[in-house]
Ligand binder design. Structure first.
Ligand code: FES
Length: 192
């Protein structure tokens, strides 16, 4: 006879209660599909139709983005629920407005009234792309000095970044800037 088959000492009782609890949790997990973790709306990547916001108070219109000004750091915002998708740093978006004549063909079709949007996460080691060189229209990642050409689909022009910043196609609906489609490539780290 094992130690827990006879009148149980306290240790055995505790072990049985623990076992029942674990089995119960496992059964609930198996029988209730809704128990599986669903991603929060605030962590979902930008969705087509999302608007864009700086602080969450309101959505941006094209006039909010100044020509040749440093990038605006924005997040997607669900226009129906008002949820701002700022639960993941991978959703950081840089908005820049340039003279449409300076954009290459690839960049122009993704732009709305000269406004372009790129991931704010460096493709080298996922630092924040936080600096702006207005004279060349380059975004700069200060971690290892990768530079991206905003007019030329964020192509890498300096530094160790292995690929361009993913772009986020934009359009305008009503008066608002909206997300036209998903990021053109995986955000952050990715092998070529
Ligand atoms: S993380 Fe941006 S250059 Fe290295």
């Amino acid at each position: 006879m094992t130690e827990c088959q006879s009148e149980p000492p306290v240790g055995c009782t505790a072990r049985r209660l623990w076992l029942r609890k674990v089995v119960g949790i496992a059964i609930i997990g198996l029988s209730d599909p809704s128990a599986a973790e669903e991603p929060s709306p605030s962590t979902l990547p930008p969705q087509p139709g999302d608007q864009l916001t700086v602080s969450g108070e309101r959505s941006l219109i094209p006039a909010d983005v100044m020509l040749n000004a440093p990038p605006l750091l924005v997040y997607p915002r669900d226009p129906l629920s008002g949820v701002v998708r700022d639960g993941s740093r991978l959703n950081q978006i840089l908005l820049i407005k340039l003279d449409i004549k300076t954009l290459d063909d690839t960049t122009r079709v993704r732009a709305a009234e000269g406004i372009v949007a790129y991931s704010g996460i460096c493709t080298h080691a996922a630092c924040a792309v936080s600096e702006w060189k207005g004279e060349t229209r380059h975004l700069l990642c200060p971690c290892h000095n990768s530079e991206y050409d905003v007019s030329g689909h964020a192509n890498v022009v300096a530094g160790p970044a292995p690929r361009p910043l993913p772009a986020l196609p934009l359009s305008i609906a009503g008066q608002y800037l909206i997300v036209q489609g998903a990021f053109t490539a995986k955000v952050g780290l990715k092998k070529l």
